[in-house]
Design a protein around this ligand. Structure first.
Ligand code: FAD
Length: 434
């Protein structure tokens, strides 16, 4: 994500770029293809609401800055209510084709095993940075790179879902078209079914972690059984919340909990179980997930899994140009800097690409103001965050300077709109000044 966007931005500024990619020669456990910008887990770029949602605002800013990832995501969009879901393979192929066809971009396939000495570099090797390069980074920075785990949600074949029990509906019927309003498959549970499901989750066989490896899950991808361990009601208030949904088969009956499945490909043949990332063993997964009404006979295209996530302590290591303080010819971008998610990673690639290109052209590009989504993120990772407890971060309004400095009273919705209005204004000014 980040490397693709960085290469695109720098090349668009007239700077020649060599894009290094180790796949398909060297793989990772999560990537399946040799394409750039492969989405390894969910196929969602999350909320597309640019008025009241921070990630939606980030979409807007990336669009305003002619971001390649956002342009391609929009042209390979799948119906998903208010979310920007993406047809992952055609999306990645389109990003790859655009980069390959750019006259200023050349591609070299192969693993980079050491931090390079000369020239301008952007390291955007992601949460699955190869071990050799991770060792080289550790040797250079002297700081500890952290490794921790997140998890893949299982994918179900649509034809194996019992639609006499499940029904199609987006939460609160959100969406412009009928297709969007029916983008999710919903499986209802009554109280007894929910309680039995929680018992099974808690009792299921899980993959064991080694000492120290569990510190800090990827928060947007918290394993479902870890949520259940936090309290029996946690899931009912999280991914299994029943609000905004009416059972089409029994409109009078309010479900106690609802499991949602989101379309995973354009054809509509695959659905992922939303929020059901897991570290349960495979046998346990099939047994537990088949307890979900409507999924009794489900066939799984892919079961959930666990993942490593490598990132550096950016607040101590990087300057506000995303350069390694000890080796300013090297920038970092993407998830390896401690942002979290496809969109955030691509956004940091966008900034690193522009900043590097500006520097090569003898200019300095200041970071976007902190009251923009991109500015809030870069400010957070390059100094705003507490270095000692630094953990990967999604974009959220909590990272923005407060809007009601004078203690004005606004409803939450109004306040978010005020954040996004202000951000769009400032981001537009920042772009215009380049
Ligand atoms: C299993 C898993 C599930 C995830 N699920 C989600 C999710 O559902 N939603 C979400 O928003 N985010 C998710 N994330 C986080 C997601 O990976 C990142 O948000 C995003 O892909 C990171 O973008 P990136 O550009 O930083 O890294 P990547 O997209 O991973 O790109 C890094 C690239 O660098 C290459 N590379 C690595 N080391 C080297 C080397 N030494 N030499 C040359 N090339 C190298 C890799 O092959 C890869 O192509 C998940 C991560 C993992 C690992």
């Amino acid at each position: 994500m980040a490397g693709s966007e960085a290469a695109w931005q720098a090349a668009q500024m007239g700077v020649p770029v060599v894009l290094h990619e180790m796949r398909p020669k060297v793989g990772t456990f999560a990537h399946r293809t040799g394409s750039f910008a492969e989405m390894v887990c969910s196929n969602s770029f999350r909320s597309d609401d640019d008025e009241r949602n921070a990630v939606g605002l980030l979409h807007w800013e990336m669009g305003a800055a002619n971001g390649l990832i956002m342009e391609m995501a929009r042209s390979h969009r799948l119906p998903a209510g208010g979310a920007l879901a993406v047809d992952r393979d055609p999306f990645a192929e389109a990003v790859t084709a655009r980069l390959m066809n750019h006259p200023l971009i050349s591609v070299e396939y192969g693993e980079i095993t050491e931090l390079p000495q000369d020239g301008h570099w952007i390291i955007a090797t992601g949460p699955l940075t190869s071990p050799a390069l991770a060792n080289s980074i550790r040797a250079e920075t002297g700081a500890e790179s952290l490794a921790f785990f997140d998890a893949i949600a299982p994918i179900v074949y649509a034809e194996s879902i019992d639609m006499s029990v499940a029904w199609l509906q987006s939460r609160y019927d959100k969406g412009e078209t009928e297709e969007e309003r029916t983008a999710y498959i919903n499986c209802p549970m009554d109280k007894a079914q929910y309680e039995a499901f929680i018992d099974a989750l808690l009792a299921a066989d899980k993959t064991e972690f080694h000492e120290g490896e569990t510190a800090g899950y990827f928060d947007g991808c918290l394993p479902i059984e870890v949520m259940a361990e936090r309290g029996r009601e946690t899931l009912r208030h999280g991914p299994m919340k029943p609000v905004g949904l009416t059972n089409a088969h029994k409109p009078q009956e309010k479900a106690y909990a609802v499991v949602q499945l989101r379309r995973d490909n354009k054809l509509g043949t695959l659905y992922n179980i939303v929020g059901f990332q897991t570290k349960m063993k495979y046998g346990a997964q099939t047994a537990v997930f088949k307890m979900i009404p409507g999924l009794e006979n489900a066939s799984f295209a892919r079961l959930g899994g666990i993942h490593r996530n490598t990132f550096i302590n950016s607040p101590t290591l990087l300057d506000d140009q995303m350069r390694l303080k000890t080796r300013p010819n090297i920038r970092f971008a993407g998830q390896v800097t401690g942002v979290e998610g496809y969109v955030e990673s691509a956004a940091m690639g966008l900034l690193a690409g522009r900043m590097a290109a500006a520097e090569i052209k003898g200019q300095t590009l200041p970071p976007p103001p902190p009251d923009t989504a991109m500015g809030a993120l870069i400010t957070h990772i390059t100094g705003g965050a507490e270095a000692r407890t630094f953990q990967p971060m999604n974009v959220n309004f909590g990272l923005f300077p407060p809007i009601d400095a004078k203690g004005g009273r606004r409803g939450r919705k109004d306040r978010y709109k005020a954040y996004t209005d202000r951000a769009k204004d400032r981001f537009t000014q920042w772009l215009a000044a380049q």
